[in-house]
Design a protein around this ligand. Structure first.
Ligand SMILES: [Zn+2]
Length: 235
């Protein structure tokens, strides 16, 4: 009887809707995992950038230290020369040179101190960055475990639902009606093919039905599809 078949289709729809949702959820798992992997990558990149900054700062500091060394040697040399000059003019020129070199040393030493202070700042940032990477790694691991468990659970649930659906589908007598149901479902974005009348309207699209249509549908003498959304009225 058509009425029985339509009732079975409605039950089938219930299961199929659950399968539809579960499959969508299972399909979303790789994306969720990728989100966490991207978050970890961002933290790793940030830490890498700080490390690079630390290396650059160390190089600059080394250069400044070399500069101070060479300037100090120059000052020593100039001081020695002071003892050998003959004229006042030469003497004051040398002294001026020494003064400039000393100023340069002072400047370089100030820059080194600045770098040392920056060093502390970078060290703090490095420690913080490393901590954040570690936390993100833990988060990823937890998410992986959670999603793997969820995936397994979904797989099990889907297996059960599909076995149930096969049995129900086999019980539909009108195979043409079943094929029609499958066809509509495959084409519908939400996987829905079987609907009922809800408040004198189509349960699929909400279109108001004429009283005559409602009567026709409830006679269950032939299959009625919604004129607007094309879904099958099952009651
Ligand atoms: Zn409709």
């Amino acid at each position: 009887m058509l009425k029985d078949d339509l009732a079975k289709l409605l039950k089938l729809q219930e299961i199929d809707s659950r399968i539809f949702d579960q499959e969508a959820e299972a399909g979303g798992i790789p994306e969720k995992l990728k989100e966490r992997q991207d978050a970890l990558k961002a933290k790793q990149d940030a830490l890498h950038a700080i490390k690079k900054k630390a290396e650059d700062a160390a190089k600059e500091k080394k250069l400044l230290e070399l500069d101070v060394d060479s300037k100090n040697q120059q000052i020593k040399k100039l001081n020695n020369q002071l003892n050998e000059v003959k004229t006042n003019k030469e003497y004051s020129a040398l002294q001026q040179e020494i003064t400039h070199a000393k100023e340069d040393v002072l400047k370089a030493e100030e820059a080194i101190i600045e770098k040392l202070m920056l060093d502390d700042d970078i060290k703090l940032k490095l420690a913080k960055g490393a901590e954040e990477v570690k936390a993100e790694e833990a988060r990823l691991k937890a998410e992986e475990e959670k999603l793997t468990a969820e995936g397994k659970q979904l797989e099990e649930a889907l297996k059960t639902e599909k076995t149930e659906r096969e049995a129900l589908a086999a019980g539909v007598e009108d195979k043409k009606l079943l094929a029609r149901y499958e066809q509509i479902r495959a084409n519908a974005g939400n996987g829905v093919a079987a609907i009922t009348i809800v408040n004198n309207s189509c349960g699929g699209c909400g279109t108001m039905l004429r009283p005559q249509e409602t009567i026709e549908i409830h006679k269950f003498t032939h299959v009625v599809e919604c004129e607007d959304c094309g879904k099958i009225f099952c009651g």
